[in-house]
Write a protein that binds this ligand. Structure first.
Ligand SMILES: Cc1cc2nc3c(=O)[nH]c(=O)nc-3n(C[C@H](O)[C@H](O)[C@H](O)COP(=O)(O)OP(=O)(O)OC[C@H]3O[C@@H](n4cnc5c(N)ncnc54)[C@H](O)[C@@H]3O)c2cc1C
Length: 277
């Protein structure tokens, strides 16, 4: 049970959502946006989150879209991971979303919630980093489009009252050869010790990682080692795993050495698959 009362708002437009947030805040109320609600409800039950109002983004058509135009595949931020897994316009994202959580949770978890939530893995961001996606953000009185690399640096950098409307994946990136790979401690349905999304374009492998450090990343020095010529896949993987943006995590789920062992082999497998070795 959630041990406090709160207002539930379900605006039908981006403008209405932004105004609802401003009005509630001006009335001195604590507000938060609501996607699938899985994280909000868990934290609220534990008493780790309290709020006077939630604004459900699932009433806004732009946040629910799964469509394509001439330039982009458009992924609504309130689309569930199951819907994205079934929508195959960007297969790397579909396959990677299919590996997050269990089926029942994926029916509710939204991609916006995965990117914005407190659980640090944020695996759905990996295919977006690899494809140099754009993010449409509700900001000020309207919308702004920004590069994923500017708005996501380990965590989502958006201000109070702002929310993600859509993710735009360039169509030129959507159907490249790819690898989606996840190593967990126990079952397929678990948090990742290593999660990799990679694609290959113009002979170069692009690769993003979660589970190894405290945040997901795509890191150019690591990617350069992956693409170094005249070395075997395992040599390249060993050198790449030594070029992390910060030391690997060492915790009860997996030791640092074990994570690095898995990472080296996962990178080598990724190289072999993308280079057809
Ligand atoms: C059983 C289970 C297993 C999981 N396993 C994994 C896993 O393997 N890998 C992984 O990466 N994650 C995993 N997660 C984490 C999950 O992806 C996050 O908890 C995510 O936040 C849940 O999404 P939601 O839509 O339900 O979020 P909500 O509870 O609706 O919201 C979470 C936070 O995101 C904010 N938010 C939601 N939508 C938006 C938006 N469009 N714009 C801005 N802010 C927004 C909310 O304000 C809130 O702060 C798991 C979660 C569960 C419950």
């Amino acid at each position: 049970m959630i041990p406090f009362d709160f207002e539930y708002c379900k605006p039908a437009t981006v403008g209405e959502a932004l105004k609802t947030f401003r009005d509630l805040q001006a009335a001195g109320k604590r507000v938060c946006y609501y996607g699938g609600g899985t994280e909000f409800i868990s934290l609220a039950r534990l008493g780790s989150v309290t709020t006077a109002a939630v604004i459900d983004l699932k009433g806004i058509p732009e946040c629910l879209t799964l469509s394509e135009n001439d330039q982009h595949v458009l992924i609504g931020a309130a689309a569930s991971l199951t819907q994205i897994a079934e929508y195959r316009a960007y297969p790397l994202l579909s396959d990677h979303c299919r590996r997050i959580a269990d089926h029942t949770s994926r029916n509710r978890i939204t991609i916006g919630g995965n990117l914005a939530g407190v659980i640090e893995y944020r695996e759905a961001v990996l295919p977006l980093l690899v494809s140099d996606a754009q993010v449409v953000v509700a900001r000020g009185e309207g919308m702004e489009t920004v590069s994923i690399h500017d708005i996501f640096k380990g965590t989502l950098l958006i201000g109070a009252g702002e929310f993600i409307i859509q993710l735009l994946v360039p169509r030129s990136e959507a159907n490249l050869p790819y690898v989606s790979l996840k190593k967990t401690r126990h079952s397929k349905v678990d948090y990742p010790l290593v999660s990799i999304a990679a694609s290959k374009k113009d002979g170069r492998i692009r690769l993003a990682v979660s589970g190894v450090c405290r945040y997901p990343f795509r890191y150019p020095p690591l990617e350069d080692e992956v693409n170094a010529a005249n070395r075997s896949p395992l040599e390249r993987a060993e050198r790449a795993a030594a070029r992390l943006p910060e030391p690997a995590v060492n915790d009860a789920f997996g030791s640092r050495d074990y994570r690095l062992f898995l990472l080296r082999h996962a990178i080598a497998d990724t190289i072999r698959q993308l280079e057809g070795a």
